[in-house]
Every structure is written in structure tokens, then in C-alpha cells.
Design a binder for this molecule. Structure first.
Ligand SMILES: [Zn+2]
Ligand SMILES: [Zn+2]
Length: 126
């Protein structure tokens, strides 16, 4: 069982089971919403329990995706591909230990120009 929360604690969550290796997404939307790049792990909706769900605000960032954040502190928490049975949960919101390691970088073609990716992990252009 893994636990996590937003910065202010108004939203808390648990995820049942192991956390799959997270992706780091460098696309423009993820950079704008997170302030840097976005690392998240994809978990089954049925494995996620959210406490204080009424404090989660949703922004429809594209036709098929909404992003959930805390309406009090603004912490980015969820990347939700509408209608799928899974969603992405922000790695930064988890309490340690997460028991997982970053698996790959995605959308590196859109990455910011102010940093390098030098950890040797796979990099996908999209
Ligand atoms: Zn909060
Ligand atoms: Zn992205």
C-alpha cells in the first residue's frame, strides 16, 4: 500500500499494490502544469482511493485528458485519460518509499532547453 498527498494535505490518496515504473513526460502541457517535467505512474482506477476528493479540481487539458490538482494548494496530482481504466498519479505526491524507479522519458522532443536528460534511461521522442 502506498500513500500520498498534495502539499497542503487537503487531498490524500492510497494506491494498492506495486507502483509500475513511472514515465517522465517532457511535453509542453506537462511542463506548464508541473513547473518542470511531469513524472507519474499509471495505476488502475480500482487501486486508487482518494480522501478529500471534493478538493480535487479538474482541468480539461485536451479532448481526451483531464488533469486533477488540489483546489487549495494547486499541487498537480492526476493525469486522467477519460474513459480508461487507469490514470497517472504524480510521483512527487507520493510519500517515501515509493519502491519504484523512473522507467523512461517521453515527449523528449518537446523538452525544455534549460536541462539535459543524462540518466541513461530510454528516451522517446513522443
Ligand atoms: Zn492541497
Ligand atoms: Zn506530457
Amino acid at each position: 500500500m502506498h500513500t500520498g498527498s498534495c502539499l497542503c494535505g487537503a487531498v490524500r490518496f492510497t494506491v494498492e499494490g506495486e507502483l509500475p515504473g513511472p514515465d517522465a513526460c517532457h511535453c509542453t502541457q506537462c511542463r506548464k502544469t508541473s513547473g518542470h517535467y511531469w513524472a507519474s505512474t499509471d495505476v488502475k482506477r480500482s487501486a486508487l482511493k482518494v480522501e478529500g476528493e471534493f478538493n480535487v479540481a479538474w482541468f480539461r487539458s485536451s479532448e481526451k485528458v483531464q488533469r486533477g490538482f488540489c483546489s487549495t494548494c494547486g499541487a498537480s496530482l492526476f493525469w486522467d485519460p477519460i474513459g480508461r481504466d487507469w490514470l497517472g498519479v504524480a510521483m512527487g505526491a507520493f510519500d517515501a518509499p515509493t519502491g519504484t524507479r523512473l522507467a523512461k522519458h517521453i515527449f523528449v522532443a518537446d523538452k525544455g532547453d534549460y536541462y539535459d536528460i543524462a540518466d541513461g534511461l530510454p528516451q522517446n521522442a513522443e
